[in-house]
Ligand binder design. Structure first.
Ligand code: 6AU
Length: 273
């Protein structure tokens, strides 16, 4: 299975350039940590990106929560991504009809396609949302062709989530059908059971990002549910996404290092099984 291949090996075999870069970064920096930098000022975001950059594979943003957003922040963020060698994932969770998400993704106030290597979407609208985003990213006039990728939000970490069953199955079907743009999923555990129900493609290697990761807490008062880096990797995560566990503690750098170490050791144990 893919879990017996190292990130470096998966980098060599993957058909998608963004997945290859992601795996190369993980291998080179020995990290599977994605920091969810959910801070509300540009200064804090850039400061975190600069201080945590050496220890992470991906920086995840919610760019619309910045109080003082401006397009120059994105230039600074891109420069930090290049300096520290991490990818940028805008957690936009597109959830609308195809015609609308195309305009939200490419152009618009946030110019997401111009700076986010990775974005995500939900399957609530049905196949059309993935079709529309893929059409934009594969268009002849799209300036970032083959440099952009999509993750499908296949399950959610919040209590009572309806992202289960048929919803999750459609996530896998659409990932397969649009695999020139979709590189994987955000989900709490391996989708292997769903994936085998829908006959895997040859060379298939979807990347699993698991969020709701925290070393010190079981959840918050608003329905978030956590697992540890180790349990996430044991359950199939290739990349672990942590927000408050890293940025909302007195020493975010020490925390990022701790998540990196636990996530990496769990990956090494999985490799050797
Ligand atoms: O570690 P936290 O709880 O501080 O932050 C978790 C981050 C937040 C959420 O918007 C996001 O992960 N998230 C997602 C994503 C990444 O798509 C899906 C989900 O089911 N749960 C979740 O928390 O930025």
């Amino acid at each position: 299975s893919k879990y017996h291949l190292s990130y470096g090996e998966r980098a060599k075999q993957h058909l998608h350039p963004v997945a290859r870069r992601l795996f190369e970064i993980a291998q080179e920096k020995e990290t599977n940590v994605v920091v969810s930098a959910d801070v509300t000022t540009a200064g804090e975001l850039l400061d975190l990106a600069d201080r945590l950059g050496p220890y992470i594979a991906v920086l995840k943003t919610h760019i619309d929560i910045l109080d003082n957003f401006s397009l120059t922040v994105l230039e600074d963020l891109k420069a930090l991504a290049a300096r520290h060698n991490f990818l940028i994932f805008e957690d936009r969770k597109f959830v609308d009809i195809g015609n609308t998400v195309q305009k939200q993704y490419h152009g618009g106030a946030l110019q997401i396609s111009s700076w986010a290597d990775i974005v995500n979407c939900t399957m609530l609208p049905g196949e059309g949302i993935v079709q529309a985003l893929a059409q934009t990213a594969e268009g002849d006039n799209f300036p970032y062709k083959d440099q952009r990728a999509l993750l499908i939000l296949a399950t959610m970490t919040s209590k009572g989530s309806l992202a289960t069953g048929e919803y999750t199955k459609l996530s896998v079907e659409c990932a397969r059908k649009y695999n020139r743009f979709v590189i994987g999923f955000v989900a709490s555990k391996s989708l292997a059971d769903v994936e085998t129900n829908v006959a895997p493609l040859e060379n298939e290697d979807f990347v699993l990002f698991t969020t709701g990761v925290n070393m010190a807490s079981k959840g918050d008062k608003l329905g978030q549910q956590y697992q540890t880096p180790q349990s996430a990797v044991e359950a199939g995560a290739d990349f672990i996404i942590a927000g408050r566990g890293i940025y909302a503690v007195p020493d975010p750098v020490a925390s990022a290092k701790a998540y990196k170490e636990e996530g990496w050791n769990a990956y090494l144990r999985r490799l050797s099984k």
